[in-house]
Unconditional design. Sequence first.
Length: 90
Amino acid sequence: MNKKETPILDFIDGFITNSESILFAIPYLFLTSIGTVVKLMFLTLTAVLSLNQWIKLKDLWSKEFLKKNLGNPWNCVLAVILLIISGTIL
């Protein structure tokens, strides 16, 4: 089929493709956010216990650090591992 002949089918195909992207992006962003929060809480606790010797709280909560780590895929992996561990404990 030619694109010029079937604009409605092309629209439906594009809509389904975009819907799949959104459908998979929402859980990924949610799990990545959970992983980021867990990681930041752990690093904050480490910074407080080490009296800012190893990790500086000012650097940890900076805008650049948060932007860099919010989309980090390893934070999603951390959240999934924590969910698996908490699911086996309960």
